[in-house]
Design a protein around this ligand. Structure first.
Ligand SMILES: [Zn+2]
Length: 348
């Protein structure tokens, strides 16, 4: 899509359109920001603007054959270095390896079909050290007609020698309203669901879409109900909840990565409830809450907690996420987490 169709990111769009209109395009950009806020779409918009014969004010027309081929993913002048590109990634890998950079290097040796080829390194922080060093050599002597765009969450995750060769462009989380409107318009989501998804996705449209497609709203209800239960049950019942979650966890790890994401989503959902309790304690306006549909439960339990216990509960869940990422004994983590949260709710 051209710049004019991209959601939010007004500052980035304005800056890029100015650069493109002046025809002085740096050969490397670093797009920084969380996933799912439009970095890849922006890269496509750059490829369109540079190759479009009818571009206006630094934006592609969106309808000419060149623009359409880029939008549809059929243009050789838009090269994505990411697991979706089966010509570069022959098997599923989260890491960008030196062999992937070699294939990129080979591809950029040929002239683009149009005026410029735009090459995107998605999740550039996933480059191995060897891959990063090999990519650095390409950046040091960039073949003419190529523009490189690195997408990353944080520049600190990349080699400083790579970062210093790129024009940095910051991407912001999207607004709740923009995401809500998109879910209404494009996915026909009902008002309440769109409201919940747009609040819990941390400003990432990509995350909101993933959540919608993985049935998050149903799972969220059961996750929130169990954590609310924890606030008032006996030690034995809390232990049963822990066992129940250990089993869910075991099942999800057996069934693959979708299940693993569930566990992270569960931690995030639980944290959002503790965050809401802190906001209520501090007298924040209700429209700042993430779980407005649980307001009665939140108000019922908020008095039982001190802010300190709530912060500790969030810390606990952060640690759980770290441990899960490091693949430490899953059952043990879940038991410790649930029982830890239970103790904190009892003021222990
Ligand atoms: Zn066009």
């Amino acid at each position: 899509m051209p710049f004019s169709h991209i959601m939010g990111q007004e500052k980035a769009k304005k800056f890029l359109r100015q650069v493109l209109a002046m025809q002085r395009v740096p050969h490397a950009y670093l797009f920084c920001g969380i996933s799912g806020v439009g970095k890849k779409s922006m890269a496509r918009a750059i490829a369109m603007a540079l190759n479009c014969d009818h571009s206006v004010d630094g934006d592609g027309c969106g309808v000419c054959p060149s623009c359409r081929a880029i939008a549809d993913g059929n243009s050789p002048d838009f090269l994505l270095v990411g697991p979706e590109n089966r010509e570069i990634f022959d098997e599923r890998s989260d890491r960008i390896l030196i062999e992937h950079i070699r294939k990129l290097n080979h591809a950029v040796g040929f002239s683009p079909i149009g005026r410029y080829r735009v090459c995107v390194l998605d999740h550039a922080q996933n480059m191995t050290v060897e891959a990063a060093n090999s990519f650095l050599k390409i950046l040091e002597e960039p073949p003419p007609g190529n523009i490189f765009i690195l997408n990353a969450v944080d520049p600190l995750d990349l080699l400083p020698t790579i970062v210093s060769r790129c024009q940095r462009v910051a991407f912001q989380p999207l607004s709740i309203n923009d995401i809500k409107k998109w879910l209404f318009r494009e996915r026909d989501v009902d008002e309440e669901s769109a409201d919940i998804l747009s609040r819990v996705c941390s400003g990432s449209l990509g995350k909101a879409i993933d959540m919608l497609d993985s049935n998050y709203l149903v799972k969220r209800k059961s996750w929130l109900s169990s954590v609310v239960d924890l606030f008032s049950v006996s030690r034995n019942r809390a232990f049963l909840i822990a066992v129940e979650y250990m089993n869910i966890l075991k099942d999800s790890y057996r069934t693959g990565s979708g299940g693993r994401n569930d566990v992270f989503d569960m931690c995030m959902t639980w944290k959002s409830l503790y965050r809401d309790l802190i906001l209520i304690k501090e007298g924040a306006p209700f429209n700042m809450l993430m779980n407005m549909d649980y307001i009665h439960d939140l108000e019922r339990h908020v008095q039982a907690f001190g802010v300190d216990a709530l912060l500790k509960s969030i810390d606990f869940l952060n640690r759980t996420e770290r441990d899960l990422m490091n693949n430490i004994n899953m059952s043990l983590i879940m038991e410790q987490t649930v029982m830890g949260l239970w103790s904190l709710a009892r003021g222990a």
